[in-house]
Design a protein around this ligand. Structure first.
Ligand code: HEC
Ligand code: HEC
Length: 472
């Protein structure tokens, strides 16, 4: 009855001058019928921004319901991956990442009954109409579920990172070095200071004591210390068999770089619109001005605070409180962590001169031709300019010109929006590429931008661009 009283009062308050009386009578009648019906039976189910905090089920029940769908969802995701990509292992053993792993070679994208040459001649509208775009947004391994997901190369070393409900989806040969090199801006004379060791709470002190100042050493300690997170915590709503102390920053940013660990961006609702996000490297954060692929936080300090308080819990502070958020103190912890991160240098690039351009006495003819294209016909330098190959800005590449908005395995193939121009210094160390990892190799990124910018590059030009990026 409350609803009736409210609409009735509202009606009198909004009498429109000049309307005949019977119109009001009719409207009142319609409102009355409407108001007298059961509201709950009519209204659609509410899509809440919040996660369920007050679980009335046990850990065993939650686990059972996740296990009931595990293999079916994994199968569906694998089917999408296999339809979109040729996952056969192809690598170039002559070109190594700085930690020694051969780089993957592509393009890995599978074309749907068309050649790259033919695709090069089609307009964005034709590609969209015929469903031919090879680089649609990449869904998370179980998009409806989400959460942090770690590759076997880190879960083998740190079994505490295994989720019972979800297996990692991408093959290891398209991921970064399992134990990335670490270069310090303060001690370039030392070269790689990690020397094949994965930095954890167990060894960080012995390795870095005497190399860092005490403030930086404390920052590093916090970067390798576990703190609770959405899937890794002590509550019934966790995705590890045993209650977990949480995750450490370096579980994903392994040795200050990345390892292919991924999750869903925290700041979009509903779930199907959230983007899969690949762990970016922390090398070179000292020369960058924007952090996070989409939200563009202004400092490393802000991102460090945000990462644990918000991203760890899908941007849900109620959930964070329940599962045990660790609030970092800005002056004595956040700054220390940020100071250590700002020491992480890009890997050496011996073919670059002091302007960050190729030294013509050292670089190969292919790479030199690629550089001319990069700064000329291909216009890559409009956004990626030397020396670090970023403009420290964001761009909307409007990839959705090429595909229809539709659901694929619980993910909406929707707009990316403005995304940060990631630096290309050291880029051969960081597959898979783009914010969601949809391009598995450098060759794929060239095919991607060839379409996005409508460049109509020849096969030779594409090879030259890749040769150039391998030198960065
Ligand atoms: C899932 C593993 C994961 C963990 C754990 C993690 N990160 Fe990240 N980190 C990411 C991803 C994914 C992004 C990209 C976020 C985006 O695109 O919005 C990111 C982005 C960042 C960035 C911005 C980098 C850039 O180039 O814009 C910084 C800085 C950062 N993380 C620091 C941290 C710190 C500090 C911690 C620990 C408190 C941490 N991360 C823990 C995965 C992780
Ligand atoms: C209009 C600006 C713009 C132009 C032009 C441009 N890029 Fe980019 N580039 C970006 C943005 C923005 C991203 C991040 C996109 C994303 O993550 O979805 C990016 C990402 C990349 C990446 C992946 C970086 C990573 O860390 O994952 C590579 C490689 C790359 N660009 C190469 C190129 C090449 C080669 C060209 C020229 C053929 C080019 N770009 C032209 C803006 C641009």
């Amino acid at each position: 009855m409350t609803s009736f009283t409210r609409t009735h009062i509202h009606f009198h308050a909004s009498v429109v001058p000049g309307w005949p009386k019977h119109v009001y009578v009719l409207i009142t009648f319609l409102i009355l019928i409407n108001g007298s019906q059961d509201v709950s039976a009519q209204s659609p189910k509410v899509v809440s921004s919040y996660g369920a905090i007050n679980q009335d089920v046990s850990f065993e029940q939650i686990k059972a319901s996740r296990m009931a769908v595990k293999s079916e969802r994994a199968g569906k995701h694998l089917a999408v991956l296999n339809a979109r990509y040729d996952l056969e292992k192809r690598r170039d053993s002559a070109i190594l990442m700085s930690g020694g792993k051969p780089i993957p070679v592509g393009p890995t994208a599978r074309l749907q009954g068309i050649t790259w040459e033919h695709l090069n001649t089609l307009t964005p509208e034709q590609i969209k109409e015929q469903g031919l775009f090879p680089y649609k947004p990449l869904p998370f391994a179980d998009h409806a579920e989400g959460g942090m997901l770690f590759p076997p190369m880190i879960t083998n070393a740190l079994p505490r990172l295994v989720r019972f409900d979800l297996d990692f989806d991408l093959p290891e040969y398209i991921l970064p070095d399992p134990v990335p090199a670490i270069y310090l801006t303060t001690r370039p004379d030392l070269g790689d200071v990690a020397k094949g060791r994965l930095i954890t709470i167990d060894n960080y002190y012995a390795i870095f004591n005497g190399l860092l100042n005490p403030k930086q050493l404390e920052g590093l300690r916090l970067l390798v210390t576990q703190f609770p997170q959405q899937q890794f915590n002590a509550t019934e709503d966790r995705r590890t068999d045993r209650p977990s102390l949480g995750v450490a920053c370096f579980d994903c940013h392994a040795n200050g770089h990345g390892n292919g660990a991924n999750h869903l961006v925290g700041d979009i609702r509903p779930q199907e619109f959230r983007h899969r996000i690949e762990t970016p490297t922390l090398r070179g954060v000292n020369i960058q001005r924007l952090f996070g692929s989409q939200r563009a936080l202004k400092t490393v300090e802000d991102f460090t605070e945000f990462e644990q308080r918000a991203a760890y819990f899908d941007g849900d502070p109620c959930m964070a409180t329940k599962k045990g958020v660790n609030v970092l103190e800005r002056g004595s912890q956040v700054h220390f962590m940020a100071e250590f991160m700002a020491l992480l240098d890009f890997p050496p690039a011996p073919e670059l001169n002091i302007y960050g351009e190729l030294d013509s006495t050292k670089a190969s003819p292919n790479a030199l031709r690629g550089e001319v294209l990069f700064n000329g016909k291909a216009r890559c330098n409009a956004c990626h300019m030397p020396p670090y190959y970023t403009d420290n800005s964001m761009h909307d590449l409007k990839a959705e010109r090429f595909y229809k908005q539709e659901m694929v395995n619980s993910m909406m193939m929707a707009h990316d929006g403005s995304i940060k121009t990631f630096p290309l210094r050291g880029i051969k160390d960081s597959p898979p590429y783009l914010h969601d990892g949809r391009c598995f190799t450098l060759e794929d990124t060239v095919e991607y931008f060839n379409l996005i910018q409508q460049l109509h590059l020849s096969p030779e030009e594409k090879t030259d661009l890749v040769a150039f990026m391998r030198c960065l």
